[in-house]
Write a protein that binds this ligand. Sequence first.
Ligand SMILES: [Fe+2]
Ligand SMILES: [Fe+2]
Length: 266
Amino acid sequence: MTDSVFLRASEVLLQNSVHEKLGQTRKLQQDWLAGKLDLSRDRSLELNAPGIPTNLEFVTPAKLPRRTLHSALGQIAFIHALTHIEFTAINLALDIIARFQDMPRQFYQDWIQVAVEETGHFELLNTRLLSLGSEYGNLPVHNGLWTMATKTAHDVLHRLALVPRMLEARGLDVTPDMINRLLEINDQETAGILEKILQDEIGHVKIGSQWFSYVCKKRGLDPHSTFFDLLKVNAGSQIRKPINHEARKQAGFSEQELNSLDQMTG
Ligand SMILES: [Fe+2]
Ligand SMILES: [Fe+2]
């Protein structure tokens, strides 16, 4: 007797409890690798309200206090914001599995792996918060990252272009500077966590690039113009300097794409 991977991913997506979501994401991968999950489609899944801790307070980005990293509270707020990004990234990986049910088997295997790695990132950062006397949920967060999930819910091509290849790729651009700023305040520990996350995120963007190319090919679309058309409409302030050429190259960006990104950022 097997279970639908779509149903299971949606159940984990809706889970509010952090502890349960982490455990169930790992169990999802174990069951997948053990052949206990199948690809039977389920179009009735309710995916519009991903599970998040019920104590989490949401505010608009403008309402989040601006703090410098050079204060204990600023350091905690910075790590807390990253912890929320990783929590949202778990939900994003579960959502892409449950929502887009017409992709090849390997697509689901890849995004299950991403979901599990995001649980690892979340745990590393939350453990760091605990060591600094805080934890996930203690500070307000903003939900900008999830907005893009909603915006791209109608089409896997849009999702792949704008979540892994735009937002996660932006993470590759800005993480080296974050690491430097952490080293400036002698926070080697968090800097080390971000080094590890950066390596994994190159893999996530690469998976996004591979599947984006796959969908373009299947639909007879030119990947370069399709990607940049979507970026132009949706990027807002997401495309600006610096562009991390080396990391993006490893993550499947072509020379032509990097040149176009350079042109966009002047
Ligand atoms: Fe991550
Ligand atoms: Fe990621």
